[in-house]
Design a protein around this ligand. Structure first.
Ligand SMILES: *Cc1c(COP(=O)(O)O)cnc(C)c1O
Length: 357
């Protein structure tokens, strides 16, 4: 594995004073990781340097055609003061899945995890210690060739930045209000919905903006073809408890395969729940809400962890789920997952990885 060169900052920044109100992704730490790719040379010169602006040619391809991929993960400090990551190998495997879709050369997953570990270790004083906070990790790759022709790039930059964060939604663990999006679609099969790339989020901004203006936190996306089946919510996968079955839309090519989703399925099965990955129609959920079969709905993702859905607006219907309260399944998932991630309970799954090994 290539050795990562470290250049420390001579000017450490002031840390945010008000760690109760960090928000999400507003502050950045003292260092960042960089690594270049050049055709013929491969990925080279992995290095950690002081955090700061990049110098890019205005013709850099990523700025014009969106050849970009990213990941989102978190570092936590345990009660013993150890710094840990959650399933970082899964993030880097997914990064390579995204790379493959975007014609970006594969990265060495072990080196990428090592880069995260060394960067987090160096900036570990930035890990906030208030409840429900963490150090968010954003690895991403951009194409930087100065070319306006539409082609896969020959020069790329792999970057990792870190941000101390609080709750993703101001609601925290309180249920969010979501509406079902009828006009816009996020992704279709054959597109890029199954990977983390900038264009998917550019496509989602309009709907999210309209949802916020109407007092909703996010939108629930339907499939882009029949507009019948449920896909996911903004930056979260979605689960429904219908009777004694917990269902989540199957990964069929337009849905992002969340690591939180995967972990929730594994936890629920280990507790004896029947979890099914299958197509879930909007009609089934509406009928479930009206008949009482629908007990709970919640979103899952690294940023928000578990986000209960208290109200679902479907056209002119306002479906209130579990009386607008967090349900027992979402609550247990949230508690167990955050306890494992923060090292407050033993990790029976082998998901937690220390940064110093
Ligand atoms: C990142 C993301 C998720 C959640 O994935 P995790 O690995 O659980 O963080 C879900 N949907 C979309 C669209 C995402 O970008």
């Amino acid at each position: 594995m290539q050795k990562i060169r470290i250049e420390r900052t001579a000017h450490p920044k002031q840390k945010p004073a008000d760690i109760e109100h960090l928000g999400f992704g507003r502050y950045f730490t003292d260092h960042m990781f960089l690594m270049d790719y050049e055709e013929g040379k491969g990925w080279h010169d992995p290095r950690i340097v002081p955090y700061g602006p990049l110098s890019l040619d205005p013709a850099a391809m990523c700025l014009h055609y969106g050849q970009e991929v990213f990941e989102g993960m978190k570092a936590y400090r345990t009660p013993e003061g150890k710094v840990v990551l959650f399933r970082p190998d899964k993030n880097m495997a997914r990064l390579n899945l995204s790379n493959e879709r975007l014609c970006i050369p594969q990265v060495d997953e072990e080196l990428a995890v090592q880069a995260v570990k060394e960067l987090v270790q160096l900036d570990q004083d930035w890990i906030p210690d208030a409840k429900d906070t963490a150090l968010y990790i954003r690895p991403f790759i951009i194409s930087v060739d100065p070319h306006l022709g539409v082609h896969p790039a020959a020069h790329l930059l792999f970057i990792i930045i870190l941000s101390p964060v609080g709750a993703y939604y101001p609601e925290g663990l309180n249920p969010v209000k979501i509406y079902v999006e009828r006009n816009y679609v996020r992704a279709v099969r054959g597109g890029m919905g199954f990977v983390k790339t900038a264009g998917n989020y550019a496509a989602s901004l309009k709907a999210q903006d309209e949802a916020e203006k109407q007092g909703y936190t996010q939108v629930l996306w339907l499939d882009g073809v029949e507009r019948k089946y449920i896909e996911e919510v903004g930056t979260m996968n979605v689960f429904f408890q219908l009777g004694d079955e917990v269902v989540t839309p199957e990964l069929q090519g337009s849905i992002l395969g969340g690591i939180t989703r995967m972990s929730c399925i594994e936890m629920l099965r280990s507790w004896g729940y029947r979890v099914t990955e299958r197509r879930v129609s909007l009609e089934e959920v509406v009928q479930g809400a009206e008949s009482g079969l629908l007990k709970e709905a919640f979103g899952t993702g690294t940023a928000a962890v578990i986000s209960p859905i208290g109200e679902l607006k479907v056209d002119d219907k306002h479906l209130v789920i579990n009386g607008g309260e967090i349900g027992p399944v979402a609550h247990r998932l949230y508690n167990t997952l955050t306890d494992i991630q923060n090292g407050r309970i033993a990790d029976p799954f082998g998901w937690v990885v220390p940064v110093d090994k």
